[in-house]
Design a protein. Structure first.
Length: 123
């Protein structure tokens, strides 16, 4: 396996793990109307991050790859936003996991933004 293939596989697993961890984390949020709405939005964006990354790996062209990577960046950034809202609204009792997910979402945004920018510069 090449270095690129290893990276791709690591990111496939990492984005899926992020989605699963977010789903589990959402079960620990305080129960209220706001957390129900935020949970829905966060789960959508976190699972979309992984799903669109997988789709980008199957892209049939550079343009299709770029389009999917742009969505990955948007969805990962949206996930980070919802996690920040949870933090600022004090909706979580698991501050350690919240902080870990914030760091992970930020790292995914940075990695995928770099891939997006390098693809954009090559076109």
């Amino acid at each position: 396996m090449t270095e690129k293939e290893i990276f791709i596989e690591k990111m496939r697993k990492r984005t899926k793990k992020f989605a699963v961890n977010v789903i589990r984390f959402c079960d620990s949020l305080k129960t209220c109307k706001a957390s129900a709405v935020i949970t829905y939005q966060l789960v959508k964006s976190a699972t979309s991050t992984g799903a669109n990354y997988r789709a980008s790996c199957r892209a049939r062209s550079k343009n299709e790859f770029f389009s999917k990577i742009c969505i990955v960046v948007e969805e990962a950034d949206e996930s980070e936003y919802w996690l920040e809202v949870i933090q600022d609204s004090n909706l979580s009792n698991d501050l350690k996991e919240l902080e870990r997910l914030l760091i992970e979402s930020n790292e995914i945004v940075r990695i995928m933004s770099k891939a997006k920018n390098s693809t954009s510069n090559n076109n």
